[in-house]
Design a protein around this ligand. Structure first.
Ligand code: ATP
Ligand code: MG
Length: 138
């Protein structure tokens, strides 16, 4: 069994598509074992995306991620990291496959509705960044 961190980013929450995203997860048998709404500070967003701190889009990305509430979730299942990333679609929605969340809802390469961990190591860091053990239903 694997776990991954999912975020419905501030653009998704602001456009009232939390339900649409959760529906895609549930339809695809991605089990939600923790969920809450947060509003990251700029510093918290910088810590979350620290791997990207040298990228040209880092300042804009962390402004965006701290611009409003987001929904953070822990998903669990076999191969869930890859399965969820397939459902999310490519980072750039213009390159995302048909039927993916980003293809259907993203409006911008940055404002791309959802986040998903990209490896077991990043999933462990990212889940621990937002959740303690008592907040995860197992
Ligand atoms: P995420 O980590 O959010 O799940 P990802 O793994 O598909 O997305 P990353 O390369 O990790 O993509 O980039 C993190 C986030 O930074 C992207 O989801 C997007 O919001 C933003 N981003 C990535 N590349 C660019 C870019 N070229 N210009 C602007 N923003 C970008
Ligand atoms: Mg990433």
């Amino acid at each position: 069994m694997e776990r991954t961190l999912s975020i419905i980013k501030p653009d998704g929450v602001g456009r009232s598509i939390i339900g649409e995203v959760v529906k895609r997860l549930e339809e695809n048998d991605l089990k939600i074992i923790a969920m809450k709404m947060i509003w990251m500070t700029k510093k918290q967003a910088q810590g979350f995306y620290a791997v990207h701190k040298e990228r040209p889009f880092f300042d804009s990305l962390t402004d965006f991620m701290s611009s409003g509430p987001a929904v953070v979730m822990v998903l669990e299942g076999d191969n869930v990291i890859a399965r969820y990333r397939n459902i999310m679609g490519a980072t750039d929605y213009k390159e995302a496959a048909e039927g993916t969340i980003r293809k259907d809802f993203a409006t911008d390469i940055e404002k791309n509705v959802v986040h998903g961990s990209d490896s077991p190591e990043s999933a462990a860091f990212e889940i621990g960044y937002f959740f303690n053990q008592f907040e995860i239903a197992v």
